[in-house]
Design a binder for this molecule. Structure first.
Ligand code: NDP
Ligand code: GDR
Length: 356
């Protein structure tokens, strides 16, 4: 990557270094991740472990613990192993006491708040629940940090959904106009983060991330739904996939790169909010074309419309302007939507073949 000038008053962050409270006193840094079992949480855990961190994650109670931690398979360590650096704690961001106790006990240098009911369409069906987890969960965490009195750095997973109806390109100065209970909840969490920074001088920052995907993307988000369908149709297991709005424009990036940006934001000298985006976008229809043609298929033969996947209000066009983070921190997205489609199709086809 070409060298970029350092931020005014800030410093560049070089990959691979672990600096900060922990390192300053000669111990490995400690991080706490809410949402560690999700797409981003699993990549972030891998990144932090590879950089020498001790990593703690909150895992929700589920009827099957194995299913819940499947994305962590490559880094999971048996609790009986000595020298392990990944610790999973049962918990939930709707439980304030748990958050206070966990922060007190683990004394993290960095906290990444990735927990959310993150599905936009589901948020229309479960608005109260979504607000409890996604909006109030964030302020519970901020308040727990304040109560603990520990000088930790906090990353809040904000979203381009907060821009909603406002036309692109969207940057850090763009007006917010969310279009779903999810977007509204994230906007609350975003302003709570700004407010705790301004009120108490806490190092808490928001990454306003545009869509980012990977082979670990949840299977009901549109990209993964498409690439899974491509794999199954190519294998002769299915004929059709049912979708909603194909006109939506999204700025799709690659999740492993976005967790690097989260980490870099917490290594920065100043607590600053940034847009995380590729600056390149496509319609759902374009993504369909790229994914199906990569497997030698014509999407017109396999895609059907289903009103069930239309939202009461959709976000028409999200295209981020990542100039600020590129300039000040030196992070730049490398994988754009068309390459992403190919990566995800290849991964789903390989997975299907491996599953037999
Ligand atoms: P996922 O939906 O894959 O992961 C969400 C995580 O939150 C899961 O680990 C989930 O646990 C956990 N979670 C849900 N509810 C609770 C709860 N009540 N208490 C504790 N944990 C909970 O999301 P992503 O990894 O894609 O995204 C990470 C974060 O970034 C989310 O906050 C999302 O809203 C935000 N974001 C994502 C973008 C994207 O394009 N991926 C873009 C912008 C923001 P479980 O595994 O048990 O369900
Ligand atoms: P989004 O992602 O709502 O942008 O939120 P999603 O993949 O769900 O939808 C993207 C666009 O595709 C349209 N669409 C469909 N979507 C789904 N899920 N299923 C379908 O069948 C379908 N057909 C068309 C949608 O209407 C939409 O316009 C994601 C989440 O990760 C959020 O948590 C995150 O904050 C934002 O990205 C940035």
């Amino acid at each position: 990557r070409p060298a970029r000038p350092a931020a005014r008053g800030g410093r560049r962050v070089s990959a691979g270094t672990v600096e900060g409270q922990g390192a300053a006193i000669g111990r490995a840094k400690t991080a706490l991740i809410t949402g560690i079992t999700g797409q981003d949480g699993s990549y972030l855990a891998e990144l932090l472990l590879s950089r020498g961190y001790e990593v703690h994650g909150i895992v929700r109670q589920a009827s099957s613990l194995i299913a819940n931690t499947s994305r962590l398979a490559s880094v999971y360590q048996d609790p009986h192993e000595s020298g392990r650096r990944l610790f999973l704690h049962k918990g939930d961001v709707t439980d304030a006491g748990l958050l206070v106790n966990l922060i007190r006990d683990t004394r993290p240098d960095e906290i990444y708040n990735l927990a959310a009911q993150s599905h936009v369409q589901v948020s229309f069906e479960l608005p109260d629940y979504t607000a409890n987890v996604t909006a109030l969960g964030a302020i519970r965490l901020l308040e727990a940090v304040r109560a603990s009195g520990i000088a930790t750095r906090i990353y809040q997973a904000s979203t381009s959904e907060m821009f909603g109806l406002t036309a692109p390109p969207q940057s850090e100065t763009t007006v917010f106009h969310p279009r779903s209970p999810y977007g509204v909840s994230k906007l609350f969490a975003h302003w709570a983060t700004v407010n705790y920074r301004e009120s108490y001088g806490m190092f808490c920052v928001s990454g306003i991330a545009f869509n980012h995907e990977s082979p670990r993307r949840g299977e009901t988000f549109v990209t993964r739904k498409i690439t899974r369908a491509v794999a199954r149709i190519a294998a002769g297991l299915e004929k059709h996939v049912y979708l909603g709005n194909l006109d939506a424009v999204r700025d799709w990036g690659y999740a492993p790169e976005y967790v690097e940006a989260m980490w870099m934001m917490l290594q920065h000298d100043e607590p600053v909010d940034y847009v995380l985006a590729t600056g390149h976008a496509a319609t759902v229809r374009d993504f369909l074309e790229a994914a199906f043609s990569h497997a030698g298929l014509d999407w017109h033969d396999h895609v059907r419309h289903d009103d069930r996947y239309e939202r009461p209000a959709d976000v028409p066009e999200l295209i981020g302007d990542p100039a600020k983070i590129e300039r000040e921190i030196g992070w730049k997205a490398r994988v754009h939507w068309d390459e992403l489609a190919r990566i995800m199709v290849d991964a789903d086809r390989a997975q299907l073949a491996a599953d037999g």
